[in-house]
Design a protein around this ligand. Structure first.
Ligand code: CAA
Length: 258
């Protein structure tokens, strides 16, 4: 499929989406977000793909929703369109594991998009922020909710009320990113990490992802019950038999995604 605002690559079992509107610092226009959703749909449907990397350029993961595109919209426009819902939530709805590899700016909708992924690898120059308040609005794609769950109320509140950016070091200390790598290594490291995940059993990585995500949506007791049931169901897979047999026989497992 020919895209105008993104690039798509496949590295073994890893699908990579590169946001590609360099002149607008990858601002998330309607067209870009539509194409991102289409690319994620294609990777989800492809049985050869076991994990996905979402990344941008060295300067910007994404500098937010496209301000030029939305500045003239009325209340009725955004309400009737349910703006920042259709296509935007596609990354959060992915069932396969998705890694955000963030270099440069991840602001507003860019930060929100990164947080919709399963974890964030940050380059040393990454900057995260929710600057919407400085342009007369508030985060609209999960910033007040997901950022608060990641970094706690105090930091989330300061960022949403002042627009202050967090650098990579602070983001790692606060738990927003899993780890920091040099800018030049970011894409390779993300693909390598996604490759490790993709070499495992896809149904099992999907079950693990679903279980971790449940922690954000329910009580501890319900989450533990959910985890236990999913753990039990893993024993119905061939891959559990293969994984444990391989351990006992001191060999590498050969997972069949079944
Ligand atoms: N939308 C549209 N265009 C954008 C953009 C955005 N979010 N961010 C940057 N651009 C464009 C600029 O307009 C500029 O285009 P021109 O050359 O045509 O003027 C180009 O990208 C380069 O940007 P700058 O010249 O500003 O680059 P800089 O290095 O001086 O500054 C920056 C970088 C600090 C990221 C700055 O561009 C900036 O503050 N961007 C806006 C950040 C922002 O407010 N994001 C939140 C958007 S609202 C939102 O996302 C709502 C939501 O919750 C979903």
């Amino acid at each position: 499929m020919a895209y105008e605002n993104i690039l798509v690559e496949v590295h073994g079992k890893v699908g990579v989406v590169l946001l590609n509107r360099p002149k607008a610092l990858n601002a998330l226009s309607k067209g870009l977000v539509r194409e991102l959703a289409q690319a994620l749909d294609a990777f989800e449907a492809d049985p050869e793909i076991g994990a996905i990397v979402l990344t941008g350029s060295d300067k910007a993961f994404a500098a937010g929703a496209d301000i030029k595109e939305m500045s003239g919209k009325s209340y009725m426009d955004v309400y009737m369109e349910d703006f920042i819902t259709v296509d935007w939530e596609r990354a959060a709805g992915c069932r396969k594991p998705v890694i955000a590899a963030v270099a440069g700016y991840a602001l507003g909708g860019g930060c929100e998009l990164a947080m919709m992924c399963d974890f964030i690898l940050a380059a040393e120059n990454a900057k995260f922020g929710q600057p919407e308040i400085t342009i007369g609005t508030i985060p609209g794609a999960g910033g007040t909710q997901r950022l608060t769950r990641f970094v706690g109320k105090s930091k989330a509140m300061e960022m949403c009320l002042t627009g202050r950016m967090m650098d990579a070091q602070e983001a790692e200390r606060a738990g927003l990113v899993s780890r920091i790598v040099p800018v030049d290594d970011l894409k390779d490291e993300a693909i390598k990490t996604a490759g490790k995940i993709a070499d495992l059993s896809l149904p099992l990585t999907m079950m693990a992802k679903e279980s971790v995500n449940r922690a954000y949506e329910t009580t501890l007791a319900e989450g533990l019950r959910f985890e236990r049931r999913v753990f039990h169901s893993s024993f119905a897979t061939d891959d559990q038999k293969e994984g444990m047999a391989a351990f006992v026989e001191k060999r590498q497992p050969d997972f069949k995604n079944s």
